[in-house]
Write a protein that binds this ligand. Sequence first.
Ligand code: SF4
Ligand code: SF4
Length: 436
Amino acid sequence: MPKVYNWQLGRDMLYPYEESHPQRQFAFVFNINRCIACQTCTMACKSTWTFSRGQEYMWWNNVETKPYGGYPHFWDAKLLAMLERANPGGQAWNLAPREDAQVPYGVFEGKTIFEAISEEQNPEGETFRETSGRVLGYLPADEEWTAPNIYEDTARRPDRSRWPWGGEGVSLPQHKTWFFYLQRICNHCTYPGCLAACPRQAIYKRPEDGVVLIDQERCRGYRKCVEACPYKKSMYRGTTRTSEKCIACYPRLEGKDPFLTPDGVPIETRCMTACVGKIRMQSLVKIGKDGSWEHDPDNPIYYMVKEEKVALPLYPQFGTEPNAYYIPPRWVPTDYLVQMFGPGVPHAIEAYVCPSRRLLALLQLFRATQKIIFRFSVVEGRKVGESEVTLPGGRKKTLEIFNDTAIGYDANNREIVRLTVEEPIFERSKQYSNSI
Ligand code: SF4
Ligand code: SF4
């Protein structure tokens, strides 16, 4: 099998195809700290793309409650268990300090879904099985796709015998009883498991934006992609006997919606623009020939992922180099988050709880416009506050707050939005006072 470089793992890894990279990559950041699980994103996607016969159980966008929730049920716990069986005790990161900017989280020394395939013994005769001999995965049973909100708002309680944090109730900054919402769409991975497993080569990655699509003409519904996607974001449709998945609202990405973008500039996907909690931001990052992200610190996604390292990939150890990045929730025990987002978690939480001036300004631009922000800038304002924040582990840090102005620019480098850190106050004149 060829070797490809996966920067999230800090090393080469095995993949069924040679490296080939798009010019730009659809990528996005979800700020878990702000999600209220209103499911507006879920319904925006559903009412746009999956409202037809045969798609009843399909939720290309879903928001599940962790640690117990999952759509399909326990998708991540199942795959983590398979990887552990394939490589007992070996799924670990080497955190020895390195100067290499291409190795931001350490080096993953365990096995990815592409590398563990030959090791999985399937000892208990479960539904877990090989996928085309290329990817470790499993096909969920029909009932596992039901009840997408199973365990919603169900908290993990401290258990004195098994839970090292012990005790009851709340203890800031981390809570001892906790849950959080995980927003999920297809990650439009750099090394997609779905694409790797398809025996028909029906799945492809677009060279212009890295969006991963299934060619409905070529697909024969073998469901190898459903087995192989570690995030379970490829889904089978019985009425057409083909598989379907998130298409990143590509007509919007292409600026082809005449009502929203008469000037033809790219706009964000339905799930992003509908977000009530203002937790989502998307962009397109420039990709070099070797697959690395081209240096572009004024691109908001590049800045959060590469410069601030405040947003992290979901389960990077699976090996697909997902292009969804999450600002982890600050109240959840670190060990749990490290398993989910990798060793960058302590740094990311610190960067979010006590943000730099530029990051605090950028956070104001989440969901401020439907147009995709390709570049942002910050105009400095006066200092308006100072407070002491407590970091995980109990360390204290001083946060200075400035009333800076963040400005976003579209694909044509035109200003499309500007917001200040402090919300402006408008006083209604007596003439228009509330008459209710
Ligand atoms: S998340 Fe799954 S369906 Fe989407 S590109 Fe990655 S492997 Fe394919
Ligand atoms: S719309 Fe936004 S806040 Fe509401 S569930 Fe979706 S991601 Fe969370």
